[in-house]
Every structure is written in C-alpha cells, then in structure tokens.
Design a protein around this ligand. Structure first.
Ligand code: ADP
Ligand code: YYY
Length: 231
C-alpha cells in the first residue's frame, strides 16, 4: 500500500508518545500496540531511514537543491509485520543495524532539524491513521518528538515520557549502543521547527519510577477507561 495524497479525518483512537532519547517510547509503544491491537508507528525510525539514505547519496545535513530533489524523488510506503509498521523507501526496508549505526546516531538530529525533511515526513506520518484503519487495527500508537504537538495535536491520548539522563545513558549502554543521548536531546529540544517539548495537556510519565510493564499498563488502562469502543 502506498502513501495517498490526502488524509481524511476520522475518530479512530490515536495514542501519541513523545520524549527524549531512551525514555522508553519504542518499548512502551510496542507493548501498548500488542495489548490493544493498535498499529505501532516509530517516527524516529523514519528520520533514521532518511538520514541513512541521504548520507548514502552523499548529501550533507543542510538545505540544498540536492536535498530537495532527493526528498521529492523518494517513494515512501510501509510494511506491517505484527503490529509494527516499517518504512519502505524506494521498495527497500533498512536493517536495525543501518538505522542504529553510529553514523546515523551522529547525523539524525541535524537532518531532523531541516524543514524540508520534516515536511516530507509529516504527510507520511499522518497517513498511518489510514493505514491502521485499512489493516483492521483498533487504533494507532505513534511515538516520536513532535507527535502530540504537530503530527496529531488533536489525538485524545497524548503522553510525554521522561527519565533522568543517567538512567537513559545506562539503558543505552546496557543495550551495547554508543549514543550521545544528551547531545541529541539538546539539538532536538533547541531546534526551531517542531522542537521536542511536552505538548500542552499531555500526561507526563517518569519511566524511571516504574517498570516497563507498569508504564504499558498505565497507558492501556487510561485508554480503555476513556474509550467506549475498546471496552
Ligand atoms: N519503564 C522502564 N523501566 C526500565 N527500563 C525501560 C523502561 N522503558 C524502557 N526501558 C528500557 O530502556 C531502553 C530504551 O528504551 P526504548 O524503548 O528504546 O526508548 P526510546 O524509544 O525512547 O529511545 C530499552 O532497553 C528498554 O527496555
Ligand atoms: N517525531 C520525531 C522523531 C524523531 N526525531 C529525530 C530526533 C531524534 O534524535 C532522532 C531519532 O529518534 P529515535 O526515536 O529513533 O531516537 P531514540 O530511539 O529515542 O534514541 O530522530 C524527530 O525529530 N522527530
């Protein structure tokens, strides 16, 4: 299925999870998507995929005609495996190793700060609501940095995950990843377009105070209590 030109409004339940690096967004979204039978979209992986592909074309993270042309030429679609939607660019799915490489970790915040990159992905990310509906999921859980503020500001269930920097650095090192969590957070929070912040009205959860299972269950309970269709 390919991305359509427009997206129509529906009252389909949408959960947004925003937060800094290693606050637990992806693992929480995975658990929630499986418990509630929602489609899971990881928008960080979209920025990572574009970063990998643009670097491979020799394009540097600044606005240029080459960048605009490469973004216009890229055909984006999705593959759904279980509850997870993965980005397919020009017919190819990237491996977790490519998406989480040191080179991508170092450059992704710079590409993500560029308005042409964000505009290209905004349309694609909003389309996941239609994709979830079409594939028979009961809702959409979508995670990133600007989801509750820019991508789906009207979503009924918006959460902001946070945790101490030391907790997050420890989580990444336990995963064996070299990642400058603090530097990325600073760049993501300080950029002009769609900076990382807690969206107004979103529920804050400090994931350092709870187990992963507890965070998943807090979110599922809130959604199930407030949404007739899921009871
Ligand atoms: N509430 C939690 N308590 C303890 N560890 C957690 C919690 N949530 C996530 N983690 C762990 O932290 C690491 C980073 O989580 P991840 O979901 O990749 O974060 P993010 O998507 O925000 O970068 C993973 O190893 C995950 O298992
Ligand atoms: N909605 C989003 C999601 C991610 N980004 C950017 C900023 C992040 O540093 C990178 C990578 O995001 P990702 O969620 O994969 O990062 P972590 O898993 O939290 O380490 O993408 C963004 O600008 N907007």
């Amino acid at each position: 299925m390919s991305e359509p030109v427009s997206d129509s409004a529906t009252d389909f339940p949408i959960i947004t999870l925003d937060g800094g690096a290693a606050t637990g967004k992806s693992s929480t979204a995975r658990g929630v998507s499986q418990q509630l039978r929602f489609l899971h979209a990881d928008t960080g992986s979209h920025y990572r995929a574009l970063t990998f592909l643009l670097l491979r074309k020799g394009i540097s993270p600044e606005e240029s005609d080459e960048l605009t042309e490469a973004l216009e030429e890229m055909k984006l679609s999705a593959e759904v495996d279980g509850t997870l939607a993965s980005l397919i660019a020009d017919g190819k799915k990237l491996s977790p190793e490519d998406l989480r490489s040191l080179e991508v970790n170092r450059n992704v915040s710079s590409f993500a700060a560029l308005p042409p990159v964000r505009n290209r992905l905004l349309r694609y990310q909003r389309w996941h609501r239609e994709l979830a509906l079409e594939k028979g999921f009961l809702g959409l859980v979508i995670e990133g940095r600007d989801i509750g503020s820019v991508v789906f500001p009207e979503a009924p269930f918006r959460f902001f995950l946070e945790a101490d920097e030391s907790t997050r650095i420890q989580r990444r090192s336990e995963e064996g990843q070299e990642d400058s969590v603090a530097a990325r957070d600073k760049a993501d929070s300080g950029r002009k377009t769609a900076p990382l912040h807690c969206p107004e009205g979103a529920i804050r959860i400090n994931t350092g105070n709870y187990t992963l299972e507890e965070v998943i269950s807090q979110i599922c309970q809130k959604v199930q209590n407030d949404s007739d269709a899921l009871q």
